[in-house]
Design a protein around this ligand. Structure first.
Ligand code: ABU
Length: 366
């Protein structure tokens, strides 16, 4: 029988949604948007995560638009990032524009507003061809997924698996309203109970078959167990513990950059798991962000929230000379982008993006 040798030699096309780690060559990415960003209303989940010096800002301004000039400056940073990604050959997609100022309610609670569409990393997780919608615990983020639904439907029609986690109720039983921050050296004290599974997708970081997560102020054990069972035996979920009472998202604490290269927060990570013993583990340098720069929703560690385009290229904040140097030491080619004004709103390059498709397959790196 005649055989079609040419088709036998052709590599199978990468599925439209495909990402197994943080470093395979990036082909398509969602970049968030800041327009219409609203200050989240004061709640125990804000107390547990946001910098103390801004608590009054959230108490007074919750439900109102963030200062226009700061949003505009952050949007300019985002446009620069989009331009860089496109110049590097990456397809960039954006969420829909949504009015986040509208109040809403469920039978159990009311919220005066939503938040923003700036951080796709928190809202969804891509593992292989699965697009998992996160059941985020902030009431102000309950409908945030709507900004991404047109894209999700498109990816579904092109073959992706679309998996929304169980819709959370977010009723009062989920929150520990007596929450007070524990001391640095005490056991982690959560503002969340185990009432139902909740997590932000940015709590998980991928190294092929091994996925790392921390319990945090936005991710409970129930949520971690839900992801573990959803992914099944092909993956191993490792729960790590860090020294961080206001923990929120692993991607400015424990950042695998490439096979054999791990970046860690110098204070929060006290012990690196044994399985990384052959990796080059580097501490993130001291932040260069001045105290005068507003960081309403970020810590100074936000500089390590990096986006790798492949095993050679990484995007780094333009003014962060120490990080640029470190990346060069690690034999990366750093691509610099202004992003300090975006940092004000709760993240950097990793948070502001979601890698939809990287060219690669499921592998083990340990
Ligand atoms: N959303 C991650 C922010 C991390 C940080 O500010 O430390």
């Amino acid at each position: 029988m005649e055989q079609n040798h040419s088709s036998q030699l052709t590599e199978p096309a990468t599925p439209v949604v495909n990402s197994f780690n943080e470093w395979d060559p990036l082909e398509e990415v969602i970049v968030g948007r800041l327009d219409g960003a609203v200050v989240p209303p004061w709640h125990v989940t804000i107390k547990a995560t946001m910098p103390r010096r801004y608590w009054d800002f959230f108490r007074c301004k919750g439900g109102q638009l963030f200062p226009e000039e700061q949003v505009k400056a952050g949007e300019k940073d985002l446009e620069e990032l989009v331009h860089i990604l496109e110049s590097e050959g990456v397809t960039v997609r954006r969420p829909d524009a949504i009015n986040y100022t509208r109040p809403y309610a469920t039978p159990d609670w009311e919220s005066p507003s939503g938040l923003y569409g700036a951080m796709p990393r928190d809202v969804m997780m891509v593992i292989g061809d699965k697009l998992i919608e996160a059941p985020m615990p902030w009431r102000s983020r309950y409908f945030e997924i709507n900004a991404y639904r047109s894209l999700i439907k498109e990816y579904f029609h092109q073959g992706a698996q679309w998996i929304p986690a169980p819709k959370p109720q977010l009723c009062d039983e989920l929150y520990n309203y007596q929450y007070e921050e524990a001391g640095e050296d005490e056991e982690f004290n959560s503002s969340l109970t185990e009432f139902e599974p909740v997590f932000d997708a940015a709590e998980f970081t991928k190294c092929g078959r091994d996925i790392f997560v921390q319990q945090s102020q936005v991710t409970n054990r129930f949520g971690i167990e839900w992801v573990r069972r959803c992914l099944g035996n092909e993956y191993k979920i490792h729960e790590l513990k860090f020294k961080d009472q206001s923990a929120m998202h692993i991607d400015a604490t424990f950042v695998p950059l490439a096979p054999g290269k791990l970046l860690i927060h110098p204070k929060k990570v006290e012990k690196v798991p044994e399985m990384f013993k052959s990796w080059d583990v580097r501490k993130a340098p001291e932040s260069c962000i001045p105290d005068s720069h507003p960081l309403y929703m970020s810590s100074k560690g936000v500089g390590m929230n990096l986006l790798t385009l492949d095993e050679n290229r990484v995007i780094v904040e333009k003014q962060d000379e120490a990080m640029i140097k470190l990346m060069k030491d690690l034999e990366f080619e750093p691509i610099t982008c202004n992003f300090r004004n975006f940092n004000t709103f709760g993240g950097s390059f990793h948070c502001a993006t979601l890698d939809v498709r990287r060219r690669g397959t499921l592998q083990s790196y340990f």
